[in-house]
Each structure stands twice: as C-alpha cells, then as structure tokens.
Design a protein around this ligand. Structure first.
Ligand SMILES: Cc1cn([C@H]2C[C@H](O)[C@@H](COP(=O)(O)OP(=O)(O)O[C@H]3O[C@H](C)C(=O)[C@H](O)[C@H]3O)O2)c(=O)[nH]c1=O
Length: 187
C-alpha cells in the first residue's frame, strides 16, 4: 500500500501511498506509522503543519532546525504542486552540500521524507498550492535556521526564473552555507 523510492541522498525517500479509487473518487491513507515502520521508517511525528502559497514562484526555504531540536519532515502537496528540495547538511557526510529535488503534486499524491540533518525548501509550480507536512520535533524558533536558496556552493537547479520569485525577508537575507551552522557528528 506504500511505494518507497530512494532519491539519491541517504534516507531521503519519495513515498507514494496507494489510492483506492471507486466511482466516488479515491481514498488514501496519507500517513500510517505501521506502513512506514514496515519500510524501516521509525520516526515519531509530533506536529502537523500547513502552508498555503497564493502565487506560483513562491519559494520557502532552505530551512532546518539545529540539534537538539532538529526535525525530520514528511511533506506532501494537498493542492497544486511544488519542486521540493532537500540538502545534506551533515558535515561528515560524503554527500555534504549535495541536493536532490522532486516534484510533489496533489495529483500524484507523492510525499518526500526529509531526515534529520537535511535542509528543506520548495518553490511552488502553480498558484494556490497547499503543503501539509509532519515534523518530528516541535517548532523551536531559537533553533530555526535558513540557508540561501541560490547558494552556488549547493547549486540547486530551481525550475523557475529567479527573477520572479516571492521570498520572505528571512529567506531573502539568509546566510550562505559557508556561514551557516551545520550538523556535526551525524553520519
Ligand atoms: C515552521 C513554523 C513557523 N511558525 C510561524 C513562524 C512565522 O510567524 C510563520 C511563518 O513561518 P516561516 O516563514 O518560517 O514559514 P515557512 O517559510 O513556510 O517555513 C517552513 O517551510 C519550509 C519549507 C520548511 O521546511 C520549514 O518546515 C518551515 O521553515 O509561522 C510556527 O508557528 N510554527 C512552525 O512550525
């Protein structure tokens, strides 16, 4: 009932729960802890978040929380679509500063699992896009961090023109990776 596809960075997965269609439409278990555990994913999520972005080209990220409040995330689009990006911030990782991206859409019903140790961001691909996501620790403003979405040392190939992006001040003024706190001691 749950398809899992590795996305090339350690522990970053695309999850696609199977939709059960009938003449009314469909039903899908969007989160089932036992189904995740059966795939070796034993993360306890404690908070649900919902962000709504009115415009295409709205970019949120790259965000993460530092230890001891680091968060794993399970992200999905419930309306519209995004290009979703995950960046390895584990200093000792062979894929440090590497990124992977995937389109998440309400139509596909796919999700991305972001482990602790990674930054997360997305850009909306259409107007009125709603993203729901679970996190494995509560919001901790003092541990909340951002890195520039366009850091050349990461080199994310966003599928939208940088000129027309909508960014929060926090994201517009975020530091480059070289000046940011990263995850030490997590392999
Ligand atoms: C994340 C969060 C934020 N807030 C408050 C703080 C601000 O007053 C307001 C908007 O926060 P922010 O601008 O950080 O929201 P996004 O830019 O959507 O950031 C989120 O989206 C990127 C893609 C992520 O991966 C993170 O989960 C998260 O940082 O909500 C809360 O009250 N609780 C929370 O858990």
């Amino acid at each position: 009932m749950l398809d899992v596809r590795p996305l090339g960075l350690d522990g970053v997965l695309e999850l696609t729960p199977r939709r059960l269609h009938d003449e009314r439409g469909f039903f899908v278990e969007t989160y089932n802890a036992a189904a995740l555990a059966a795939k070796g994913i034993d993360i306890v999520f404690v908070q649900d978040n919902h962000s709504c972005s009115a415009r295409a080209g709205t970019l949120r990220g790259l965000h993460y929380q530092l230890p001891p409040r680091a968060q794993a995330k399970l992200v999905r689009a419930v309306r519209g679509s995004v290009f979703d990006v995950v960046v390895d911030l584990r200093q000792n990782s062979p894929t440090f500063a590497k990124w992977c991206g995937i389109e998440l859409s309400a139509a596909k019903g796919n999700q991305v699992l972001v482990p602790v140790g990674f930054a997360h961001g997305f850009v909306t691909l259409e107007p009125n896009t709603d993203i729901l996501y679970k996190v494995s620790d509560f919001y901790a403003p003092d541990h909340d961090r951002a890195i520039r979405f366009d850091d050349p040392d990461i080199g994310i190939e966003w599928p939208v023109d940088a000129g027309g992006l909508q960014l929060s001040a926090k994201d517009r003024d975020a530091p480059f990776l070289a000046d940011a706190a990263v995850f030490k001691g997590i392999e």
